[in-house]
Design a protein. Structure first.
Length: 319
């Protein structure tokens, strides 16, 4: 698959989702980048801002197996992974797979589950496998988790641990619609639900091809150096207890490669890194004391971008 075909795939899915979702072009692009890079996405905002609707719209646009889990405080890890049960007719144990065995998983209100259940996602998100009763079971590719959560200050929620947050490629805030978008939204849903008529527009084979193609996007040593300087700055700030890990560096590179494709280029520029820095890096920062919060983390990333010298334009493209 060519880079132009990957870009066309993204535009096709974006247009289809736009039949349901009003605005939110940047958020949709981040979801598509997550899909193409095999990355997981965390959507955070107050209830009713369209997090679940957006995830369902993406799922219905793709010819992939889709499952949804409503996370609650009494949800157990086995409710996700599945169990071995004794089949009396066959006189043997059989495995009944849980909802994790899918291509696209919507983990709705993930922070309503206990940390024990949240941590059961770590292995499948990082290694695309599940260990059950000493047996390793592989998940079919592509595999992507889209999780939604309400802000942690709401009642009945459990903050996601740093190790879990580090598994998400992006953390995205939906935000409220503008007045104009709100009017269009009311008109669109006044008579019927457009989600019900949404049909798949991209095959599983095309998605797998795109996931194998984007890695060929080039990045010069100068731009790689710029990427690492951005990341290293997060580890030396006084207000940051834990900076971005090497996993975060790799995530920023992958996201920037796909961002370059969506902008019609076959090489990464500093602008790609700047565009991806906040959604990739901010949720990976553990801040000290009263400076906690995603808004503070984003402000730190903005400050780092302003202070870090950008490489000269002549060294951007790899010949």
């Amino acid at each position: 698959m060519s880079f132009e075909s990957v870009k066309q795939l993204a535009e096709t899915v974006r247009s289809n989702i736009g039949r349901v979702i009003i605005g939110k072009e940047e958020v949709i692009d981040l979801l598509l980048i997550g899909l193409i890079t095999s990355g997981h996405v965390l959507l955070e905002d107050v209830p009713g801002t369209g997090k679940t609707l957006l995830a369902k719209s993406l799922a219905k646009s793709l010819s992939l197996q889709f499952k949804r889990i409503q996370f609650t405080p009494d949800l157990l890890p086995s409710d996700l992974s599945g169990i071995h049960f004794y089949n009396q007719k066959q006189s043997e144990f059989e495995f009944r797979p849980g909802p994790l065995f899918t291509n696209l998983l919507l983990a709705d209100e993930i922070n309503r589950a206990t940390p024990r259940t949240q941590s059961s996602l770590l292995e499948c998100m990082e290694e695309r496998q599940i260990s059950i009763d000493g047996e390793t079971k592989w998940l079919e590719r592509p595999f992507m988790v889209i999780a939604t959560q309400n802000p942690v200050e709401h009642h009945g929620t459990f903050p996601l641990p740093e190790a879990q947050l580090d598994r998400f490629l992006f953390k995205i805030k939906m935000g409220y619609p503008t007045t104009e978008e709100g009017i269009r939204l009311l008109k669109r849903f006044k008579d019927n639900d457009p989600l019900q008529t949404l049909e798949p527009v991209v095959t599983q084979a095309a998605i797998e091809e795109a996931q194998m193609t984007y890695a060929a996007v080039t990045i010069s040593d100068d731009v790689l150096g710029y990427l690492l300087r951005l990341v290293e700055q997060t580890r030396s700030r006084e207000e940051v207890a834990i900076g971005v890990s090497p996993r975060g560096s790799q995530a920023l590179l992958r996201a920037s490669q796909v961002h370059a494709i969506l902008r019609g280029r076959d090489f990464v520029t500093p602008d790609d890194l700047k565009a991806m820095a906040k959604p990739v890096l901010a949720h990976r920062l553990a801040l000290r004391g009263l400076q906690r919060g995603h808004n503070h983390a984003e402000a730190i990333i903005d400050d780092i971008i302003r202070q870090t010298p950008v490489p000269a334009e002549a060294g951007l493209a790899v010949k």
